[in-house]
Design a protein around this ligand. Structure first.
Ligand code: MTE
Ligand code: CO
Length: 425
């Protein structure tokens, strides 16, 4: 191709592209129409706004009062041992604000002052130690972004499409930037020989709340990337997320992320506590429970359009948006289907780098003209793993499972722009 031709075709392409965009954003008014929001001087431009002393610590503007945690009444009959869900249908980007991040408490959120905080490391260490909050602050710190997904996320969907909203089907997840001390550093301070043979060693981690939520973690993971965290998204952990200190166990089920962390015991084997035997295990098709499913496999979901986020803008340009994550590392690709999984288009990842074991935002910039769609997203991670369909999961797990459901989700998008939770097979 000659240089001249190249230039012409590039110019033509750009012009063509612009025309398509302008034509497809159907709701945008033309400059000629008299829109009082453009032609008239408004109150907010005529008077001063609030002074800087109005909100020493800010909350979202009242018009966003709907973007809140919600629960499912029949699922959370007891507010002490309960769960609420992140409004992921209304958020964008990847970071979850603490104020609306899902909570899961087995015995309620406790109030623990920093001054009263103690963390003990005991068991098979040379020097059992007790750390105060200030002690922890004197170790070298790291910042890392990670998702925390409850193993029960999507758990109500095993037997059929049940909860009509992505907040309820997928909202037991949040993604924050944690600041804290690597657990490895604290274990070394207590005299653990991390160069020695630790193959059969475990840590048992406990919270200060009445449930204690005790869990066993293999030493390899404890020394790999676990973080003893005291800040989330730059500020102190909120009470409900474990103030003043919680454990971050990247990529592994939320139950291991012990809040109000009070004790870490180095042991010869797992404790086999309530939370790792009668709970958080997967019942297979033959009724046998599978032990230790720690890693949250790759998963994705379209957050908009979705039942709580219908299309309101009419035909033309449509941004399909969603979240993908994997406990095994980075998300490498997300595909979107409009026909229930028969054909797929590759979505655009919101950030090219993408954090490991963290939420990744994806977008598909497309057009919708009132068609009936069966919308799905399918995630792939850096190990080559592809998110399975519900049928593929059921072949292995039957329908008696609750936990670790990472199946492909389907929304039926209707011609009126509303979406509904459905199943396709
Ligand atoms: N840690 C303590 N001490 N007590 C608890 O009840 N719940 C666990 C885990 N850590 C729990 C706990 C469960 S099941 C999950 S999914 C996560 O915390 C939820 O963390 P979040 O409440 O910050 O969302
Ligand atoms: Co949980």
């Amino acid at each position: 191709m000659s240089d001249e031709l190249k230039h012409t075709s590039r110019r033509a392409f750009l012009k063509g592209g612009a025309a398509v965009m302008a034509g497809s954003v159907a709701g945008a008014a033309t400059a000629q129409s008299a829109d009082p929001l453009i032609t008239e001087v408004q109150d907010w431009a005529s008077f001063t706004g609030d002074g800087v002393d109005a909100t020493p610590y800010g909350l979202p503007i009242e018009h966003e009062a709907d973007v809140i945690r919600r629960n499912v009444p029949w699922l959370t009959a007891d507010p002490i041992s309960s769960i609420n869900f992140t409004p992921i249908h209304a958020l964008d980007g990847t970071i979850t604000p603490q104020g609306c991040a899902f909570e899961r408490h087995h015995s309620g959120a406790i109030e623990l002052r920093k001054d009263d905080y103690r963390l003990m490391i005991n068991g098979l260490v040379d020097r059992p130690l007790v750390f105060s909050y200030e002690d922890l602050e004197r170790f070298p710190r790291e910042n890392r972004v990670h998702f925390c997904e409850c193993a029960a996320n999507t758990g109500m969907e095993w037997a059929g499409a049940q909860l009509n909203g992505v907040q309820f089907t997928h909202g037991m997840i949040h993604n924050m930037e944690y600041s804290g001390v690597p657990l490895r550093a604290l274990l070394e301070e207590a005299g653990l020989d991390t160069a020695g043979d630790l193959a059969d060693k475990w840590v048992y981690v406990e919270g200060a709340d009445a449930s204690s939520n005790g869990r066993s973690i293999p030493m390899e993971k404890a020394l790999d990337d676990c973080l003893v965290a005291f800040k989330a998204n730059g500020e102190a952990l909120r009470k409900e997320h474990g103030y003043p200190v919680r454990l971050v166990v990247p990529g592994w089920e939320g139950n291991l992320w012990v809040k109000w962390l009070r004790r870490i015991e180095v042991m010869d084997g797992p404790v086999e506590s309530r939370e790792e035997t009668s709970k958080y295990t997967d019942v297979l098709a033959d009724g046998v429970a599978r032990k230790w499913t720690w890693v949250m496999d790759a998963k994705s979901v379209i957050t908009s359009p979705s039942p709580q986020s219908p299309i309101k803008h009419g035909n033309g340009a449509l941004v399909i948006s969603g979240l993908a994550w994997s406990g095994h590392g980075r998300i490498t690709r997300v595909d979107v289907s409009k026909d229930g999984g028969m054909t797929w288009e590759t979505a655009r990842l919101g950030s090219t780098q993408g954090d490991s074991k963290a939420l990744t935002r994806f977008y598909l910039d497309t057009e919708w003209n009132g068609e009936d769609w069966l919308l799905q997203a399918r995630a792939m991670d850096e190990t080559g793993y592809v998110q399975p369909t519900k049928d593929q999961l059921r072949e292995v797990r039957g329908e008696n499972s609750i936990y670790h459901n990472n199946c492909i989700q389907t929304w039926h998008l209707k011609s009126n722009g509303e979406a509904e939770n459905v199943e396709v097979s």
